[in-house]
Design a protein around this ligand. Structure first.
Ligand SMILES: NC(=O)c1ccc[n+]([C@@H]2O[C@H](COP(=O)([O-])OP(=O)(O)OC[C@H]3O[C@@H](n4cnc5c(N)ncnc54)[C@H](O)[C@@H]3O)[C@@H](O)[C@H]2O)c1
Length: 344
């Protein structure tokens, strides 16, 4: 089958295109971007072709799977359209900017009966999967508290437009700033690791350092910190930042009744388990990919496996909606100064 990619910026270039190219079931990648030269560049790099429009792509019966790699505000348009054309869709995160739009995409999936996966790729790393296995095994007892962090030097160093005019800094297009860019990954990860849901959140945010093309502070947060409570009663903290200059931080720590699980925290080991008697067990599983060091995430292979076996994906539209609600509540709290209870 052929794969279509809508939006030919950085995530298409560094993750989706190389991973489709490496997948044995994909014969060709068809690219579309409203800036045609971006589509042409990726077509040349990955031996693919260019579609003249989204409609042309969606009318092609050989294209069975579509990645929506457009900027956040477009996901409800392209992902919905692709699903209603009977395509299997891998939508980038955040699924959308509103609950209504996310529900529209999920409804389209229900109508089409095709696969909808959302790229919450933190669920797929070996260290996170192993940590979930350890939690599920019960060997450390219940998780009591947690802390999670995701920060790097900012999307103006990552996106295809490497300047302060990037869409990531515009409220209308990115929606949530760092909260929806990096925060949503870890909020979703907490749900996955602990088979739990964040139900109450309190947050503080700021545009501390990033400026737009006029030199004014950006319209969205470049930092946000939160305290949370889960359905099972765990308490946790989170810090999400676009101003970690010098080195990324992608770490999560789960403090359990009988020990601690540290993920992407130790410089040499991706996972460290510390038992209550002080004994340490180290796991060397795989490198955490960073913006400067891209490795295969396994996301495309997982997506294609779901398409072929008609299985529900590990990160479904419904999972993405739950995480979107937490981001919306986090920003609501930061704006109102109140803790927000998340109703399901
Ligand atoms: N899963 C992850 O780890 C991860 C990492 C980075 C980005 N993302 C997500 O991927 C998406 C894309 O991010 P990016 O970093 O590639 O951004 P980018 O700016 O590098 O690329 C976005 C591309 O979409 C194109 N585009 C925008 N509007 C369009 C339209 N209406 N029609 C056609 N093309 C359009 C742009 O021209 C651009 O080439 C975002 O939703 C972002 O949140 C996910």
């Amino acid at each position: 089958m052929k794969a279509g990619i809508i939006g030919c910026g950085s995530i298409a270039r560094f993750r989706h295109a190389p991973e489709y190219k490496a997948n044995e079931h994909i014969s060709e990648i068809v690219f579309y971007d409203r800036n045609p030269e971006r589509a042409e560049r990726l077509a040349a790099m990955f031996d693919g072709t260019v579609a003249g429009s989204v409609d042309d792509m969606l009318e092609d019966p050989d294209i069975k799977v579509v990645s929506d790699c457009s900027s956040n505000e477009n996901h409800p348009i392209f992902s919905t359209q692709a699903l209603l054309h009977g395509k299997h869709v891998l939508c980038e995160k955040p699924i959308s900017l509103t609950v209504e739009d996310a529900s529209k995409i999920i409804d389209a999936q229900k109508k089409s009966g095709t696969v909808l996966m959302v790229d919450h790729n933190q669920r797929f790393t070996r260290a996170h999967q192993k940590a979930r296995e350890i939690v599920q095994s019960g060997e450390l007892g219940k998780v009591l508290t947690f802390r999670t962090t995701f920060g790097h030097k900012g999307p103006e160093h990552w996106g295809i437009n490497k300047s302060n005019s990037t869409w990531f800094f515009k409220k209308e297009r990115s929606g949530f700033g760092v909260a929806g860019d990096l925060g949503i990954h870890k909020l979703d990860l907490i749900h996955y690791l602990m088979e739990d849901e964040i139900v109450k959140i309190s947050a503080l945010q700021g545009a501390l350092d990033k400026v737009d093309e006029q030199g004014k502070p950006i319209e969205v947060c470049d930092n946000i910190v939160a305290t949370m409570q889960t359905k099972k009663g765990c308490l946790g903290t989170a810090s999400f930042s676009w101003t970690y200059y010098g080195e990324e931080d992608n770490s999560t720590i789960l403090y359990c009744e009988k020990g601690i699980i540290k993920i992407y925290h130790h410089p040499a080991y991706q996972l460290e388990v510390i038992h209550s008697n002080g004994e340490k067990v180290h796991y060397q599983l795989e490198k955490m990919q960073t913006n400067d060091d891209q490795t295969n995430t396994g996301v495309i292979n997982a997506f294609i496996n779901c398409v072929q076996s008609s299985r529900k994906p590990l990160a479904s539209g419904e999972d993405a909606l739950i995480s979107l609600r937490v981001v919306l509540a986090m920003l609501d709290s930061a704006e109102t100064g109140h803790a927000i209870t998340i109703s399901s």
